[in-house]
Design a protein around this ligand. Structure first.
Ligand code: AMP
Length: 416
């Protein structure tokens, strides 16, 4: 199988490692890729959000499968353009990707499908914003309606901050605060059949102890020793299948990766958000534990044959990833710093580049690397991931020191 992978971040590096290790894959092309991905794939230049350009590249390279990593190309209709050329593509149509691209659309689908989620209002003017904030009280949850790379959400006790964010965004979803540990569940689907991957947890805030502003994600671990044993079955029954059925009913079937972000509240799991693609950095840990060949699984989703796919196999043990970020992130990151120690197994490239002229590896984004390791249990995987972090050199870099710590110590509790 010849595969074209679209994207160039940490998620795509993790996907590239999984695809490259599938014996069925004879050629892996990544566009635009990154210096880490270049170790396992042939890189091609492309503007990932240009549907015509991506479809043309898929035709030119004669691939059997296109895997679209990030959300922006999906929302822009890249999967539709590739499908129109008769090429199998892993990823939803632009219409179905609105499940991620519009918080208001996602809420509407959830309400129609009876999916347990936070009560919410879509607001566009200061009066309706004030009414919604009054009704729910603090902590206030204000979400930009559109795509915001995981940073469009403000959760705060500060009323003025909540109102400012609403004003800056224009159109927002304001919702009740959901208290409880978070779970990310990835589901591979062809629109009808759906296969859950291992639940994972990520760390959204920049600082230890979940302090400071939200980021794209500072670390992750899987599996979740504290999660109820029937969690995945419950979420498939109450969330995933009703949502897929509602989307089919609307004539916008969803195939690809349905990411269900949940809060484990005192009243049970509640959906915080849907995404239309693999999450970063949870992909790094989930794929590190997946034994089933990845390309075959994604191809089954892309061709509507998931029902025939054998059950997934998982490695024993646990995986942890720790993100190493640039100084300044999640504000304006400083880039262009030389990176050392990134050439070891488990170091996944997110925001890296080769410097023009001398080819040195340099930082090129907010989240630069993610150090990923497995082990017989969470504590061992965590120690191995931090060992990798210690070997990375990047001036002024930041990372959290408490990834997977509470879970490894048995201290994660579901309220109630
Ligand atoms: P989202 O982009 O919707 O995933 O939101 C980003 C992060 O904000 C989530 O991972 C949560 O940590 C937090 N968040 C979003 N919605 C809520 C909510 N209703 N209650 C509590 N925290 C939330």
């Amino acid at each position: 199988m010849r595969v074209l992978l679209v994207g160039g971040g940490g998620r795509e590096h993790a996907l590239a490692l999984g695809l490259a290790s599938d014996p069925a894959v004879t050629q892996l092309i990544a566009a635009p890729g990154n210096p880490g991905i270049a170790e396992v794939a042939e890189l091609r230049a492309v503007e990932p959000t240009d549907p015509v350009a991506v479809a043309a590249l898929a035709v030119e390279t004669g691939v059997d499968l296109v895997v679209v990593g990030p959300e922006a190309p999906l929302v822009a209709g890249v999967a539709d353009a590739v499908r129109a050329k008769g090429i199998a593509v892993f990823g939803p149509s632009g219409e179905a990707a609105r499940l991620e691209g519009s918080k208001a659309f996602a809420k509407d689908v959830m309400t129609a499908a009876g999916v347990p989620t936070a009560r919410a209002y879509t607001c566009t003017d200061p009066e309706s914003v004030a009414r919604a904030l009054d009704e729910f009280g603090a902590p206030y949850v204000v979400k930009n309606d559109g795509l915001a790379a995981g940073k469009g959400v403000v959760v705060t006790d500060d009323r003025a901050l909540a109102e400012d964010h609403a004003r800056e965004c224009g159109r927002v979803v304001i919702e009740e605060y959901l208290a409880g540990p978070e779970v990310s569940l990835f589901v591979v689907t062809d629109g009808e059949a759906a296969v859950p991957l291992l639940p994972a947890q990520d760390f959204k805030r920049i600082g230890d102890g979940d302090t400071g502003p939200n980021t794209g994600g500072m670390g992750a671990y899987a599996p979740l020793p504290w999660a109820p044993s029937d969690l995945v079955d419950e979420v498939m029954r109450d969330v995933v299948h009703p949502t897929l059925a509602e989307l089919r009913r609307r004539g916008v079937p969803f195939s690809g990766l349905l990411y269900v972000g949940l809060a484990m509240t005192a009243n049970g799991p509640r959906v915080i958000e849907f995404n239309a693609r693999f999450g970063d950095p949870e992909t790094q840990v989930v794929l590190a534990l997946l034994e089933t060949p990845l390309a075959g699984l994604l191809h089954a989703s892309a061709t509507g044959t998931l029902v025939e796919h054998p059950p997934l196999r998982w490695r024993d043990g646990a995986a942890v990833t720790v993100v190493v970020a640039s100084p300044g992130y999640p504000g304006t990151p400083r880039t262009g710093d030389v990176i050392t120690g990134a050439d070891r197994p488990g170091v996944i490239h997110a925001g890296t580049a080769r410097r023009a002229g001398d080819g040195e590896l340099v930082s090129a984004g907010g989240r630069v690397l993610s150090a990923t390791a497995t082990g017989p249990d969470l504590a061992a995987a965590r120690d191995a991931a931090y060992e990798l972090v210690r070997g990375i050199g990047l001036a002024g870099s930041q990372h959290r020191t408490d990834i997977a710590a509470a879970a490894a110590d048995g201290q994660v509790e579901i309220p109630g």
